[in-house]
Design a binder for this molecule. Structure first.
Ligand code: MG
Length: 277
């Protein structure tokens, strides 16, 4: 059976979140005075989003959702952020902050995105060895992602809407907004395939991480660690991989070399998750 390698994009493949590149790119196609106004509007939107998000995050962690499985608890957790995520997208649309970008500029922008060491090589090697490779991302531009990862795999993400002239209209095609969306997407691409590995770095990856046979968290974001603790999701360093159980616990790595080892030298590393947890 064909194995699946599905990965998040921002801060999993890349070194930094790339979404702020989009309003900057839009500003390049505006008169300078108008660009400055949109820049201020973007900054205000970001501050308001971050404040609302942090307030909700602390409130949810103070009284974390209950539920019989880790996936149930993650689902309840992620639903608490749904209004904030959708509201921030609507605010960006209302202010036309991403209007007027040519498609080719988005692809070009993607080619310049700095990536974690070993990410490109591991994805290419996985594909060479017969894995189905998928990028599952809440990023806003499939063209930017395509520019960044080339044709290494299928891209599942939100996107920007284009007009007949090939310029962005400023509106989103909302396909991958929540953690739940990523989990549902992974279930779809895993259907009829073999072992499924998902790699992500953040909270919106949790549903997909739990859906996979092997969920791998890259990096050590303090918020992610707090959520895993609050929702009762054990994470084990790759060295302790023998203890991982599909659907209930996750593996933790610091770099793509460890992921390559897990994928390509599995017998040596000893990752043997059980299907029933
Ligand atoms: Mg990410």
């Amino acid at each position: 059976m064909t194995p699946v390698l599905a990965v998040d994009f921002d801060e999993t493949i890349t070194t930094l979140d790339t979404v702020a590149r989009l309003p900057k790119l839009a500003a390049e196609y505006l008169p300078r005075a108008e660009a400055a106004g949109r820049g201020r509007s973007w900054e205000q939107g970001v501050s308001s989003y971050v404040a609302q998000w942090r307030e909700t995050f602390e409130a949810v962690l103070a009284s974390p959702p209950d539920g019989p499985t880790a996936a149930d608890r993650v689902d309840a957790f992620s639903r608490r952020f749904s209004d904030i995520e959708n509201g921030s997208l609507t605010a960006i649309e209302d202010r036309s902050l991403l209007h007027g970008i040519p498609r080719a500029a988005l692809t070009r922008c993607g080619t310049g995105i700095p990536k974690r060491d070993g990410a490109d090589e591991t994805l290419a090697e996985a594909r060479r060895r017969g894995f189905d490779v998928h990028i599952i991302s809440a990023n806003w531009s499939a063209d930017m992602l395509r520019g960044a990862v080339g044709d290494v795999g299928d891209i599942h993400s939100n996107d920007l809407e284009f007009d007949a002239e090939g310029l962005t209209t400023g509106r989103f095609l909302r396909r991958m907004v929540s953690a739940r969306d990523k989990g549902v997407c992974l279930r779809g691409v895993a259907d009829g395939r073999g072992r499924v590995v998902y790699v992500g770095d953040g909270m919106n990856d949790l549903a997909a991480l739990l859906e996979a046979d092997i969920g791998i968290v890259i990096g050590r974001k303090p918020d992610m660690q707090r959520v895993c603790e609050a929702l009762g999701i054990p994470t084990y360093a790759m060295a302790e991989a023998g203890r991982v159980s599909a659907g209930e616990s996750l593996l933790r790595v610091d770099c793509w070399d460890e992921i390559a080892q897990c994928l390509f030298e599995r017998e040596r590393v000893g990752v043997e998750p059980t299907a029933d947890g």
